[in-house]
Design a protein around this ligand. Structure first.
Ligand code: BGC
Length: 589
């Protein structure tokens, strides 16, 4: 507005921090262990806040830290108002949120509206109260079908494999009603037609917002509402959008509008971030309308293969879809559910799909690392919010763990076929050597701070085993190597913050000399070029190289490389002359 004073503009920009933030995902179990029990915790995380500050992240999203039996890594919450003793306590969570903010880092917590733990007091009460009770109305209890009710009420399949229904046992030992769980049996689904469920979640939001949480990540945000008729899916090949029995139902939007009102009631409005997996772009964008959710994870980008055409299309569609509703795009390369980029991009099939995961897939980690570096700079150059999953800044590969070490219900419920998600959740290496590579001790490590230190020799083994060679990937080691993955990320995030071109949404595709090259401009003078091809790419003129994922020698961008350039001349920047410079290093004629 023309009448706005500069300080008002500044403050509005600050309130809209979430539009171009760098959000670092912390999986607390595996980030840093402050008490030496082999499991990451809040003390460990607090001691590593300086590391996150130096990386220049704007926010952390912390996956569930609440009291939980941990049947699904904490995504089975027994009590949202207390912290699991594995991680610390509520007072420490409050301290963490405040300390992080002192380092300029906001905190986003995780909320799971689809389900709770089977140990949640509501579910215990529902089991005890029996059929027809108000307590059971908060969940989906149904009689079984077939003789004696022995068949599940619907034919739905769980995302973790198997049926979505588990039968209860009555007090007298006879088989009872069934209850619905889209995930594991330990995660009973809530009934969002029930007012208690709505009220309770709004209270939980306020509980954490009052404690300084800057926002919430909404787990499985497309799933909570069910068709009360609970129809079978057998034989139905497609649905009129909004009518699927349990995905993306129209009624969800009212829930999130109510959440938005809760978030907007704070002086610094809180932020909603959704995990919605949806194929239809317009249905996805509907969640991001101005009175609903602020941002949502871009899974199209995350799952796309390493291919210029596909990524060009995904980026174009993402930007179009989001600008239609005025929401910022997000750029996500992985998370705690997904194969690590270094591994995924080093395989024959570089796309991600849960169905395609299998043990022993051949992987070229050198190639994967090269591409992961290029992908990191591509993602960081795009307009919107950047998500970074812990350990990706170190280039950790997906660990191939011994079967006996696996803990993920996805593995067990697949009958042992799916390796599950433990491989991307292995505790981080902080030091080049020492027990657990410094995961359970900050004692010898200049990157840590605070009083939460245990001695190497007394710390328990980490909850998942780390590969023997992970010392080379540790933070301490990478801080010593000028071209390490960690320092590449630090440089990228520093430039993202300092370069005016990255501050707004200005984005322009540039004509690329080959279909296997992506080129775009940010602002007036920054260009990002990604060479997906198998040949070197010649730059037309010497430009100021801001950052590159691999060495640029003589103006040549090698295969699987991203470069950020500064140049005022942003059109036709790349040579359209034959760019097929053989990658053996021969020079063009
Ligand atoms: C989370 C998973 C979790 C599932 C059930 C997801 O989308 O990211 O880690 O297993 O929701 O809560």
């Amino acid at each position: 507005m023309g009448t706005e004073r500069p300080e008002e503009r500044t403050s509005r920009r600050d309130l809209e921090w979430w539009r171009n933030a760098v959000v670092y995902e912390v999986y607390p179990r595996s980030f840093a262990d402050g008490n030496g029990d082999g499991i990451g915790d809040l003390a460990g995380l607090r001691s590593r806040l300086p590391y996150l500050r130096d990386l220049r992240v704007d926010a952390v999203w912390i996956t569930p830290w609440y009291s939980s039996p941990q049947a699904d890594g904490g995504y089975d919450v027994a009590d949202y108002r207390s912290i699991d003793p594995l991680f610390g306590d509520l007072a420490e969570a409050e301290r963490l949120i405040a300390e992080a903010r002192e380092h300029g880092i906001r905190t986003i917590v995780d909320i799971m509206p689809n389900h709770v733990s089977d140990r949640h007091p509501w579910f215990r009460a529902a089991l005890a109260a029996g059929p027809g009770s108000a307590e059971r109305e908060r969940f989906w209890f149904r009689e079984g079908r077939g003789p004696n009710g022995d068949d599940a009420p619907t034919d739905w399949e769980s995302s973790f494999g198997g049926s979505t229904w588990t039968r209860t046992t009555n007090a007298d030992g006879t088989p009872g009603q069934w209850y619905l769980h889209l995930f594991a049996p330990e995660q009973p689904d809530l009934n969002w037609q029930n007012d208690d469920v709505r009220r309770e979640h709004e209270d939980v939001l306020r509980f954490w917002f009052d404690r300084g949480a800057a926002g919430v990540r909404i787990d499985s945000a497309g799933l909570p509402v069910k068709d009360p008729a609970l129809p079978d899916m057998r034989g139905v090949s497609g649905y009129v959008p909004g009518t699927h029995p349990h995905l993306d139902r129209d009624e969800l939007h009212d829930i999130y509008r109510a959440w938005r009102r809760v978030a907007d009631a704070y002086d610094e409005p809180r932020v909603l971030v959704a995990e919605v997996w949806l194929a239809e772009a317009d249905r996805f964008a509907a969640y991001l309308r101005p009175d609903e959710i602020h941002t949502a994870f871009n899974f199209d980008f995350m799952t796309a293969p390493w291919d210029a055409d596909r990524l060009r299309r995904v980026i174009r569609e993402t930007l179009d879809t989001h600008s239609a509703v005025g929401a910022p795009a997000t750029w996500v390369l992985s998370n705690h559910d997904i194969t690590r980029p270094v591994t995924r991009l080093g395989r024959a099939n570089t796309a991600f799909s849960f169905d395609a995961k299998s043990f022993g897939t051949p992987t070229d980690e050198t190639l994967g690392t090269r591409r992961a570096r290029a992908a990191a700079l591509l993602a960081a150059a795009l307009p919107g919010v950047l998500y970074l999953y812990q350990g990706d800044e170190l280039g950790l590969p997906e660990a191939e763990l011994p079967r006996e070490a696996l803990t993920d219900p996805m593995h067990f419920r697949s009958g042992g076929v799916d390796p599950g998600r433990d491989g991307c959740r292995v505790p981080l290496p902080w030091t080049a050597d020492g027990r657990a590579f410094g995961f359970s001790s900050a004692a010898d490590d200049t990157t840590a701070s605070g009083p939460h230190r245990v001695r190497h020799d007394t710390a328990a083994a980490p909850w998942l085993p780390q590969p023997d060679d992970w010392g080379g990937l540790s933070v301490a080691q990478q801080l010593r190597e000028p071209h390490s993955m960690l320092l590449l990320h630090r440089d990228a995030l520093r430039l993202r913050r300092s370069e005016p071109a990255f501050r707004d949404d200005a984005f322009r595709w540039l004509e690329a000399p080959s279909p296997s090259v992506l080129a775009f401009a940010r602002g007036d003078d920054v260009i990002c070029i990604v060479n997906f091809g198998t040949h070197d790419l010649a730059l037309e003129q010497d430009a100021d190289i801001l950052l590159a994922s691999a060495p640029i020698v003589g103006g040549v961008v090698p295969p699987d490389t991203t470069v950020w350039l500064r140049t005022a001349c942003s059109t036709a920047f790349i040579s359209t002359a034959p760019i097929g410079i053989p990658s053996d290093g021969a020079q063009p004629e």
